[in-house]
Design a protein. Structure first.
Length: 151
């Protein structure tokens, strides 16, 4: 059984008047990997977004920036899986705080590169959130195989 994902990833470069790239704007549709964490003083929230079968698009941005995603794997059942970490500040914290594991969301923001503590590991691409939209809550699947229809 092949699982179909309707995930989305795009990016565009933002340039200054001289034509130099100043940042990349990223738009992603995917699944929240785990509950979003908010720090104690409520100044920043962290989360992870899972994206399926978008390796070519994501890979292009990674090649340009010389970075990597938080997690990358090519699985037999799900295809290519990338997990991208994101951070939300100020009023965006309340929006992402409501996300639950398994929720389908649209996230957009600026890509930034987090340097690694280890020189041999490439820096990580993360996204600073500027916009969010909840597309759907996690669905509960009920197994009804043992039920008989009413007469």
């Amino acid at each position: 059984m092949e699982v179909k994902y309707r995930d989305y990833f795009s990016f565009e470069s933002i340039r200054d008047k001289e034509g130099e790239i100043i940042c990349y704007h990223v738009t992603m549709i995917g699944t929240i990997e785990e509950p979003v964490r908010v720090n104690e003083d409520r100044t920043i929230a962290f989360g992870k977004l899972t994206l399926h079968n978008l390796d070519r698009k994501i890979g292009t941005l990674l090649e340009i920036t010389g970075s990597r995603t938080y997690y990358h794997e090519n699985t037999y059942l799900e295809g290519v899986v990338n997990i991208i970490r994101f951070a939300a500040h100020k009023h965006h914290i309340e929006a992402v705080e409501e996300f639950m594991e398994g929720d389908r969301v649209l996230l957009e923001g600026r890509a930034y590169i987090r340097e690694s503590k280890h020189e041999e590991v490439r820096p990580e691409l993360t996204v600073s959130i500027t916009g969010t939209f909840l597309l759907g809550k996690k669905r509960t699947v009920y197994r009804r195989q043992n039920l008989l229809p009413q007469e």
